[in-house]
Design a protein around this ligand. Structure first.
Ligand SMILES: Cc1cc2nc3c(=O)[nH]c(=O)nc-3n(C[C@H](O)[C@H](O)[C@H](O)COP(=O)(O)OP(=O)(O)OC[C@H]3O[C@@H](n4cnc5c(N)ncnc54)[C@H](O)[C@@H]3O)c2cc1C
Length: 531
C-alpha cells in the first residue's frame, strides 16, 4: 500500500468512527452494531468488508442516518430482509459501507379488502404478510415467492424480483412508495405525492413524470414503505403439474401457455428441469460415482422418480366460477393433448379425494394444492437445492450462509417462445457441462411476452477449485446469452460491469440523476452502476 492510499484508508476509518459515534447518539447504543461478520457472508467468495450495521425504526430515522452519512462522507447500503441469496445477500458492492438494516421497519397497515391492497414497511417479510392476511380472515392473498419466507417484500420488489401467481411482476403491482433520498428528504410516489386524495393506493402513476421504477435496481433512494396489491383468495383454484419428456415438448408447452395467456386465461406457470427437481430432495455427493465430475442427463434420468419428465411445469389456474373452472381445465387439456405431456390438474374435490384414499399424500398435496405458493403460501422447500453440492446433509434449520452453500443465480430475459427457450437451454447446458457443473434451469412467465430464466449454479463453497469453476461458468453463461440477445434482468453484486453495456446516452442521464440526488455518492455505491 503506498503512502497516499494508506492515508486515505486511515481517513475513511476515522470518518466511519465519527459517523458511528453520531449514529449511536441518534439511535441509541443498542441500534448500532459492529458485529459485521454475518453481513459479510454471501453464497460466493467475497472480500468486501462492512464497517457497522445500524437499525433505524422509522423513515425519519433512515433520513437522519443518511444525513449523517453525508456529513462524514461514508457509504451506506440498505438491506430489508437480507436474503438476496445467490446475488450477494447483505454484502454491499463496496467495502467500508455502513449497512442500514431495515428489519425494524416492520409495520403493516391500511389493509383494504374491498379494493385489495395493503401497505407495508421495508422489513416486512413474506411470512409476516402471509400470517397477517390469515389473521384478517384469509380472504385475500399476496403473490408469494420461491425463496425463503423470511425474504422481504420490499427488498424483492426493489430488486425487481418475481412472484408465483398473476402478480408475478412485483413492481407492476405496487404503488405509493415512500422513499428516503440520499440527501435525507422523504418523498412519496404516484398519487401519494398529493395530500388528501383517495386514489394514492389504487392508481399507480399519479400525474406527471412517474418515479417509482427509478428507485428499483438503483442507488437513487431507500424505499421505506409501499402499497402492495392483493388478490381475493381464489375459490376455484386448480393446481397444474405437467411433465414434458424432452426439450422439444418443453418448447411446445411454452408456446401453448403463451397463447393461453395472450387470450386471457388466468394461468401462471413456472417450468424447471429435472436437475432442479432432483436437487430439491437429493444431494450430489450421495448420488455421484467416485470417478464422476458432474451428473449427466443419463445419470439424472436414472435417479429421478419414475414418471418425472425432463421438464416439469407447475402452475395455477384461477377461475371465476365452477363452470369456468371445468371449461378451462378441459381447454388446457385439449390444447396440450397428443404431445406426450403428462398433465395433472387438481381441484379441491380431487385433492380431498386423493387424501381420503391415501392420507400419506397429504404433505405432497399441501405443497401442490392446500398450501400452494400459487395461492399465497410460503415454503422454504426450494432452499434445499442450495445444499446440492454441500457435503453435509440438508438440516431442518437451514442457514445457507452458515452451512457454506455455494450459489450463483444467472437471470437472463428471453422472448416467450419455445424456440428461444431451446436456444438458451442448449447454450446453458453446453457451458455448464464444460465446467463440470449441473444445468439447473427454470423459466418463469413474467408476462405473456417474456420469460425470466432463473438459472442456478450450486457448488461447494469450501471447495475453492469448484467455486472458481462456478464463477467462470456463471460469467460465461451471462456473456454468451447476452451475445444471443438475451440480456440479464437482474445482476449479482459481482457482475455490475455488465451494466456498462447500457447505451452511452442513457448512461449519461443516469449519471446525471445520480450526481444530482447523491452528490457525495453515499448511497449503495456501484449498485447497478459502475460510475
Ligand atoms: C431457492 C431460492 C429461490 C428463490 N426464488 C426467488 C423467486 O421466486 N423470486 C425472486 O425474485 N427471487 C428469488 N430468489 C432470490 C432471493 O432470495 C429473493 O429475490 C429475495 O427476495 C431477496 O432478498 P430480500 O427480499 O430479503 O431482499 P434484500 O436482501 O433485503 O434486498 C435485496 C437488495 O435490494 C436493495 N435493497 C434492499 N432494501 C432496499 C430498500 N428498502 N430500498 C432500496 N434498496 C433496497 C439492496 O441493495 C439489497 O441488497 C430465490 C433464492 C433462492 C436461494
Amino acid at each position: 500500500m503506498d503512502n497516499q492510499s494508506a492515508r486515505s484508508t486511515t481517513d475513511i476509518i476515522e470518518r466511519i468512527k465519527l459517523a458511528t459515534s453520531r449514529l449511536r447518539k441518534v439511535l441509541g447504543e443498542n441500534r448500532v452494531s459492529e458485529k459485521t461478520h454475518m453481513y459479510e457472508i454471501t453464497t460466493f467468495e467475497s472480500n468486501t468488508k462492512v464497517s457497522a450495521i445500524v437499525f433505524p425504526e422509522t423513515s425519519q430515522e433512515v433520513s437522519q442516518c443518511i444525513k449523517i452519512a453525508n456529513e462524514f462522507k461514508v457509504s451506506v447500503y440498505p438491506v430489508s430482509g437480507g436474503k438476496n441469496y445467490g446475488l450477494g445477500s447483505t454484502v454491499p458492492n463496496v467495502s467500508n459501507s455502513i449497512i442500514l438494516d431495515l428489519k425494524l421497519l416492520n409495520k403493516i397497515y391500511d389493509y383494504n379488502e374491498a379494493l385489495a391492497h395493503v401497505t407495508l414497511e421495508a422489513g416486512v417479510s413474506f411470512k409476516q404478510l402471509e400470517q397477517f392476511l390469515e389473521d384478517q380472515g384469509g380472504k385475500m392473498i399476496m403473490d408469494s415467492i420461491g425463496s425463503t419466507p423470511q425474504a422481504s417484500i420490499i427488498g424483492n420488489t426493489v430488486e425487481r424480483g418475481h412472484g408465483m401467481g398473476l402478480y408475478a411482476d412485483r413492481l407492476d403491482n405496487v404503488c405509493a412508495m415512500q422513499v428516503v433520498l440520499p440527501n435525507g428528504s422523504i418523498i412519496n410516489t404516484g398519487f401519494a405525492r398529493y395530500s388528501e386524495n383517495k386514489v394514492a393506493k389504487l392508481s399507480k402513476w399519479g400525474l406527471g413524470p412517474a418515479l417509482d421504477a427509478i428507485f428499483t435496481q438503483s442507488s437513487f433512494g431507500i424505499v421505506t414503505s409501499l402499497t402492495m396489491w392483493l388478490k381475493p383468495k381464489p375459490k376455484y383454484f386448480q393446481s397444474i403439474i405437467i411433465h414434458a419428456p424432452s426439450d422439444e415438448k418443453m418448447s411446445f408447452m411454452i408456446d401453448k401457455f403463451r397463447q393461453m395467456r395472450l387470450h386471457g386465461l388466468n394461468v401462471s406457470m413456472r417450468i424447471f428441469n429435472d436437475y432442479r427437481l432432483v436437487a430439491f430432495n437429493n444431494q450430489y455427493y450421495r448420488l455421484k460415482q467416485e470417478s464422476q465430475d458432474y451428473l449427466t442427463q443419463d445419470d439424472i434420468d436414472k435417479i429421478k422418480p419414475e414418471g418425472t419428465g425432463k421438464w416439469i411445469g407447475i402452475g395455477g389456474l384461477y377461475s371465476y366460477s365452477q363452470l369456468h373452472a371445468t371449461a378451462e381445465k378441459e381447454f388446457i387439456i385439449n390444447s396440450l393433448k397428443d404431445h406426450d405431456l403428462v398433465i395433472d390438474i387438481i381441484d379441491k374435490e380431487e385433492a380431498d379425494s386423493r387424501v381420503e384414499r391415501n392420507p400419506s399424500v397429504k404433505e405432497e398435496l399441501d405443497f401442490f394444492y392446500y398450501k400452494s405458493s400459487f395461492t399465497g403460501y410460503t415454503t422454504d422447500k426450494a432452499i434445499n437445492m442450495c445444499y446440492w453440492r454441500v457435503p453435509q446433509n440438508i438440516p431442518n434449520q437451514k442457514d445457507i450462509h452458515e452451512d457454506e452453500c455455494g450459489l450463483f443465480w444467472y437471470c437472463p430475459s428471453i422472448p416467450c417462445t419455445g424456440e428461444d427457450a431451446s436456444i438458451a437451454v442448449n447454450k446453458i447446458k453446453e457451458i455448464s457441462y464444460k465446467h463440470s457443473l449441473e444445468p439447473n434451469i427454470g423459466f418463469l412467465f413474467i408476462s405473456e411476452r417474456a420469460l425470466d430464466i432463473t438459472g442456478a449454479i450450486c457448488f461447494d463453497k469450501c471447495n475453492l477449485e469448484e467455486s472458481k469453476r462456478a464463477a467462470q461458468c456463471h460469467d460465461e453463461i451471462l456473456e454468451s446469452l447476452c451475445e444471443l440477445g438475451y440480456p440479464p434482468y437482474r445482476l449479482g453484486i459481482q457482475s455490475m460491469q455488465l451494466f456498462d453495456k447500457t447505451e452511452a446516452s442513457s448512461m449519461d442521464v443516469l449519471k446525471k440523476i445520480k450526481a444530482t440526488l447523491d452528490p457525495n455518492n453515499v448511497l449503495s455505491s456501484k449498485r447497478y452502476n459502475t460510475f
